[in-house]
Design a protein around this ligand. Structure first.
Ligand code: AMP
Length: 217
């Protein structure tokens, strides 16, 4: 059983790196933002509640977000473990998590703000599987019109606009240190330089966490 939390600035590759870990190690990938987006697409009550918040790049209220994470983990479908992506995003969420769960490590992906901005404004995501494409360079997705991993349609995220991104980057800067500090009291926090390519970052994560090297493709 392996349990990880992955945190990092927008565009640092949290989703891509999580998917690679999940695929090879049989982990359940829990992407909180993707759960919210699914609710928006499915027009659920929760979707209606979070839609405008997400579009503006703000954070969904802690009690709503924490309930989503708790309910997801309560499914207990993670026999080999999980990787939680995009949570916690602030001190309150970190304390909520630490009171209830143990993990093996926090994977912190570090990237300068200007590179984060550049990557996010260039990216498209697969409407089906959520894989990310950064101008045709990301793992699993080619620069064409369809997702190489599953053939799904590649679309821009509605919150990947200049305005929303500026708010998300601001919130990240404001909160990341207190999240990492809270985790350091109880868990291993490992910081990785997210500037190199996807495969290089994945190999480094595997090396430091003492995990088997990635299987390709
Ligand atoms: P992400 O896909 O991780 O970039 O998340 C997309 C959006 O979902 C964020 O900009 C927030 O509006 C919302 N969201 C995702 N995770 C959280 C969280 N842990 N706390 C609050 N809001 C979140």
């Amino acid at each position: 059983m392996r349990k990880y939390v992955i945190v990092g600035v927008q565009g640092s590759g949290k989703g891509t790196q999580s998917m690679l870990l999940a695929r090879d190690l049989g982990l359940v990938h829990i992407a909180v933002g993707a759960i919210f987006r699914r609710h928006v697409d499915d027009r659920t009550k929760l979707g209606a509640r979070v839609r405008d918040v997400i579009a503006a790049g703000e954070l969904v209220e802690d009690d709503v977000t924490e309930a989503v994470v708790r309910d997801r983990l309560e499914l207990h479908d993670w026999n080999h473990g999980f990787v939680i992506d995009g949570f916690p995003r602030n001190r309150h969420q970190a304390e909520f998590f630490l009171e209830r769960y143990d993990i093996d490590a926090v994977i912190h992906l570090d990237l300068p703000g200007d590179e984060a901005r550049r990557r996010v404004l260039a990216r498209r995501v697969c409407a089906e599987c959520g894989a990310t494409e950064h101008g045709g360079t990301a793992h699993g997705v080619a620069g064409g019109a369809r997702c190489e991993a599953c053939g799904g349609e590649l679309i821009g995220r509605t919150d990947d606009t200049e305005e929303s991104l500026a708010e998300r980057l601001r919130l990240h800067r404001e909160n990341i240190d207190s999240v990492l500090d809270a985790f350091r009291r109880k868990e291993r926090v490992l910081t990785f330089d997210a500037s190199p390519g996807v495969d290089a970052v994945q190999r480094e994560i595997r090396r430091v966490l003492d995990l088997p090297p990635p299987s390709r493709p």
